[in-house]
Every structure is written in C-alpha cells, then in structure tokens.
Design a binder for this molecule. Structure first.
Ligand SMILES: Cc1ncc(COP(=O)(O)O)c(C=O)c1O
Length: 417
C-alpha cells in the first residue's frame, strides 16, 4: 500500500516520545550496588574490594590470567602498547576504520601506525594486513567493529607466521564470540572501553587483559603506581624498584563506575541473547530489500550487536543521496537512527595527515595519510547507517516500528528523487 512519506507531509511512522533507546538501563540492582559501594569506599588504591571481584570475574570469563581496570578505554589501550614495549622505529598495523582511540595512544609510544583498509563488515581486512608487513612491523591492532568479530582465523595465522603481537580493541564487542571463543582471548593483550553506551558500562572506565605477566607488570607501572604495584610486582623483580612512582601516570578506575559496570557485566549474556534476537529480526525483515546491505555474519560467529550498522546502497535506489534517505528516516520519527560521525577512517583526520605538529617525533619518522588512501573504509563510512540494538523483551514494539519506518522510506524512495 502506498503511504505518503512524513518528510513530504504524510503521517510519521513513530510518534512515541524520545529517547527510544536508553542505555545503560539503571536497574534496582545497579542502584543498590552503587549505594553499597558509596558507603564502603570511593577510592581503591590496591587490588581489593570491587576491583578485585570485577577483575577476577572478567579474567575468568575471558580465560585470561590478568585483568586490570582503568578510568577509560583509551588509557587501557595506551597501557597495552606501553606494556608491549613499543618504541620509535616500530610499526604497528592498525585499522583505518575504527574509533580513533584505538590508535591515538600508539602515538605516545612514538611507534608508527600503518593503516590498513577494511573488509565488507568494516573490520580490518586480513588480505590488506599481509600487504603492510615490513621488517619493522611489531604488531597488529584490531577492532571488532560494532560488535562483529574480525576474521580471527586469518589474523591469528598472520601474526603467528610473522611473529607479530596481536592487540585487540574489544570496546564494541563485549562478549562477542568467534567460533565459540570470546573476543579478547585471541590476542597478546586486549582492551575494552566501559564508557557510556557500551554493552558493559560504568559511565566511564576501561579494562585490559593479558596472559603475560611481564606485560601486566608494565601496564601496572604505567598508570597504577604505589600500593597496587607494591602489592603485585614481586619484590625480587627488576622493576619493583619503580613501584612507588611507576611511570607516573594515573589511570585508576572509580569504584562507583565499577559498581555499575559489574552489575552490567553480570547481565551481559542475557543482554546479548536479546540483542541477538532483535538483530536477527531486523536482518530477516530487511534482508531482501533493495537499497541496503546488511552485516554478513556466518552462523558460528556471534556479534555483540553494540549497534546494528548497515550499508546504504544508493546505486540500487536510482542514486538517491544518502543525505535525503537519512532525512526521510528521521522525519518518520526514527530519531535514534544515526550516521556515525567521529568513528571515521583515520586518514580523514588532520592528526593522521600531519601528525608532526602535535607529535614532533614524527618529523624524523614521518607518516602522512590523505583522503582516498583507504577506499573500502571510506565507502563503508560514507554509507554507514546505525540503529541501536535493544536488549529487553518490552522493546519488541519499537524494534518493529523502526523496521516499518525503514521499509516505508525504501518502498517510497521514488517520491524523494
Ligand atoms: C573502538 C573504541 N576504542 C576505544 C574507545 C575509547 O574508549 P573510552 O571512551 O572509554 O576512552 C572507544 C570509545 O568509544 C571505542 O569505541
């Protein structure tokens, strides 16, 4: 049946008040956990209390020996790179398409980021990684974009064959699985953001895991000085003498944030099951529709559905510009639909085009990227449209309404030409 698009004066698909998606959902359990922690302690200097409990539980879930909490994902990522001993002259292969904090902390080690183009899901492309390896390459960092695990069989093989460290940024992918194995358990080091909208969130926060004791001690020294270093680095270790000052940065988490994140972590698998149900529903309903390409996920791979990001295909809708398509979706009342902005190919940022103004070290070991360097990443970015993935049974109605709104715009696209 033909209905008039809202952008052209027709009825809106959704009239419900905004926001349609709230995350995290503050439950009674979270409220209780925060209040309990508030009266217990709001600064934890060593590995005890809620930090110890959360780290133990997180390490166990990922089958890792060590987990270390941080006040941000960015700082957890910085600690991965410092722990691995990266330095000037080293090269690290990084995704061109990621949130920039996957790579910006690397600049503080003075190593050089060697950017790499994407596959069809927006993840780093293993074929491209192979092309970028040089005698200076020390490692590969990957981001499981929007919750979809990277092609881990191929990436792990490349790293093994070439003796490269593997760093995982799992900030979008808490609990995602590749062939039954949880992400964050493939690499030498892994980091997660626990910030704002993440599937496990404390508002702000981060966490790192590793099986490597020496990496763990270095990570402690970077941002967890004094009591925690004294408690955990053995007295007879050569680095123990630095325990009081560490390297001097302060990356400790806030216990109230961790109280929130811990409650969310306890519910992670439950959230993921519901998200997966809704994501499958969206895929089923939009699968055969022209104008969109949906994420391609084999059945043995489990996305964490941090967001549902699909590709707009203007060539299938008589080259209707994405701006018009997107405006029509919004006019239908699909206000939570978004075009991801700051999660952009890194070569489009001045920092990656001219790094030496802010990081003078790159005057002598230069790198410079420009628009057009990573065509697949840039195309993915240009055409990416993001829908939140709801996590509660009661959200079924709103999920259906978003699907209806997208179908309506596609069925009537000709009116927008
Ligand atoms: C992929 C990715 N890496 C790193 C970060 C940085 O985490 P944080 O904001 O906790 O510092 C984010 C945050 O959004 C992210 O999405």
């Amino acid at each position: 049946m033909k209905t008039k698009l809202a952008i052209l004066g027709g009825p809106k698909t959704i009239n419900k008040k905004t926001p349609h998606f709230i995350w995290p959902v503050i439950t009674k359990q979270i409220e209780r956990a925060v209040t309990k922690q508030l009266y217990k302690s709001i600064s934890i200097y060593d590995r005890s209390g809620i930090f110890e409990d959360f780290e133990n539980s997180f390490a166990k879930y990922h089958n890792r020996k060590y987990a270390l909490l941080f006040n941000s994902g960015t700082n957890a990522i910085h600690s991965m790179f410092v722990a691995a001993g990266l330095k000037k002259g080293d090269e690290v292969i990084c995704p061109a398409y990621t949130f920039f904090a996957t790579v910006t902390p690397l600049l503080f080690t003075n190593a050089k980021p060697v950017l790499c183009d994407s596959d069809e899901n927006g993840n780093i492309d293993p074929k491209e990684i192979r092309k970028k390896i040089s005698s200076k390459t020390k490692g590969v960092v990957i981001t499981h974009m929007w919750g979809i695990p990277c092609q881990m069989d191929k990436i792990v093989k490349i790293c093994k064959e070439n003796n490269l460290l593997l760093f995982e940024d799992c900030s979008h992918a808490h609990g995602a699985k590749y062939k039954g194995k949880v992400v964050g358990s493939f690499g030498d080091l892994a980091a997660w953001s626990l910030q704002g909208p993440k599937n496990v969130s404390g508002g702000e926060g981060g966490i790192l895991t590793t099986n490597n004791k020496e990496f763990y001690y270095k990570a402690l020294l970077l941002g967890h000085y004094n009591k925690r270093c004294k408690q955990e680095i053995p007295k007879n270790h050569s680095l123990y003498k630095y325990a009081v000052t560490g390297m001097g940065l302060k990356y400790r988490a806030h216990p109230l944030a961790i109280a929130i994140a811990f409650e969310m972590f306890k519910n992670l698998d439950k959230y993921l099951a519901k998200k997966s149900f809704f994501a499958k529903k969206i895929i089923k309903e939009l699968n055969k529709i022209k104008g969109v390409a949906l994420p391609k996920i084999p059945s043995n791979i489990k996305s964490s559905w941090y967001s549902f990001v699909f590709q707009y295909k203007p060539e299938e809708l008589e080259n209707l510009p994405i701006e018009k398509f997107f405006a029509a979706l919004q006019a239908e009342g699909l206000t939570e639909i978004d075009r991801p902005g700051s999660t952009s190919p890194l070569n489009l940022f001045p920092l990656f085009q001219n790094p030496s103004e802010l990081f003078p070290v790159y005057k002598t070991s230069p790198f410079s990227y420009k628009p057009g360097d990573f065509p697949k990443a840039e195309k993915f970015y240009q055409n990416a449209i993001k829908i939140p993935v709801w996590a509660f049974k009661k959200d079924l109605k709103i999920v259906d309404a978003y699907i209806r709104g997208i179908k309506k715009v596609i069925n009537n696209y000709r009116d927008l030409l």
